[in-house]
Design a protein around this ligand. Structure first.
Ligand code: FES
Length: 119
């Protein structure tokens, strides 16, 4: 399995562990809460993606959404986001969600919470 950021510099001292790799299921999002912020973690093929769990449109949790073709459908109003970029792909979602590039090491999924990807 590879992370989405192969070759990218990462400050390892700021990484937080979200979950174990072995706990991720294909196309079944997982949820992790660290320091009061909730993340959704997605495994698609040999890639892992991390987004904010909370939908930018309302109270829907993307970790409870349906995943297809690297898009997650929010369970609340069925809006969609591209989990690779955080960009909305279907109404009523209009505001991008944050994404992080995961680091896969020691059997776990890590991110630097202070460095979300630009949308
Ligand atoms: S809360 Fe997610 S689409 Fe409305």
């Amino acid at each position: 399995m590879t992370s989405a950021n192969a070759g990218q510099f990462v400050d390892a001292s700021r990484l937080i562990r979200l979950c174990d790799l072995e706990d991720l299921d294909e196309d079944e999002p997982s949820r992790a809460e660290v320091d009061g912020f909730a993340y959704a973690i997605f495994k698609v093929g040999d890639m892992v993606f991390v987004t904010a769990d909370l939908c930018s449109h309302g109270p829907g949790l993307l970790s409870e959404g349906y995943v297809e073709d690297c898009q997650v459908e929010c369970p609340f109003h069925q809006g969609k986001f591209d989990i690779r970029t955080g960009m909305p792909t279907e109404a009523p979602c209009e505001i991008p969600i944050k994404t992080w590039t995961p680091v896969l090491q020691d059997g776990g999924v890590y991110i630097n919470p202070g460095e979300p990807n630009p949308n």
